[in-house]
Design a protein around this ligand. Sequence first.
Ligand SMILES: [Mn+2]
Length: 358
Amino acid sequence: MASAQGKVAERLRVVFSAASKGKMSSDLSFDVGRMRASIWAALTDGLPVVLTSHVRLDGDAAGSVLALWHGLRASGVSVRKFFQAPTPPMFHFLNGMEHCCCDPAELPESYHLVVIDCGTFDRIGEGADQLTGRAQTVNIDHHASNTCFGDVNYVDPSASSCGEMVYGLLTAAGIRMNAQIAECLFTAIVTDTGQFSHQDTTPEALRICAECMRAGAQPHKLIRRLFLSPSPAQMKLRHLTLGTLRFYDGGQVATMFITKQMFRQAGLRPVDTEGFAEVPISIQGVRASALLKEMPGCDYIKVSLRSRESVDVCSVAKAFGGGGHVHAAGCEIPDELENAQRAVAKRLQLQLHATSPE
Ligand SMILES: [Mn+2]
């Protein structure tokens, strides 16, 4: 695990890389405060702003975009949200989710584009190529694998979530936290920290959540709504999926899969499987896991990787052209389910053996 000092050094390295596209800047005075101020100045310069995030939104993506949307609106900015359809129903309750745009043709002619929680520009999904009206692209992310694709890159791998980074932006801009912003930020942070169960949950993440609570977010209601209330159909799909659980390496690696047939049987779509990837990694003794999904209407397998302690699944994802975080990463494999499962299980075991035992 990185030492505290190592973490600070990495934070500085990446934030410093921010000044110009893809290039490292040696301007050591370029600190987080200046970064936040310059982003806010750009976003409030009068040009409309479009906020977007990755395909198959998660709580961090939805919550961070919506919190920033509320904040910019409060400052009089003309701001839209662009998401690839369909958006997961579990986030539809968040205030502001109802006004999102799914057709790039409806966006203004020219705008600043803010891309949140995407390690690469492609992660936006199908509409990404059509976002041609962008004047400046601001990349706000916490994935260590981020490619710094923006004109401005605010990338902080030491942040637990983009929610934490958006909180920093809003606070620096003097935006008052109201109940709507608080709910969005709490959702972002509680999702990406695995309800505060991930190793990278920072004291700052908990402090911000406490502030969200004071501003009107209700953790018991939000956590129940987000994680503790599966629909009967989701329970059925979970049951079917559990039947595919397989262990390798004396129970240290586990895989599970969902076939197109299982999606049909349960009457659900891939967007309805939030939280499924956490099931195999929650099992005692499992140190690395994969959930593989046959994507209906597509010819690839979507893989969600999870790990514990020192096992790095980001490098496993990268081996298949994906990316993510050390303990949560993903990739897409254009192959049959069985082949993909075999290849992923093999890579996970190799990674496990390359890691010192706990
Ligand atoms: Mn995130």
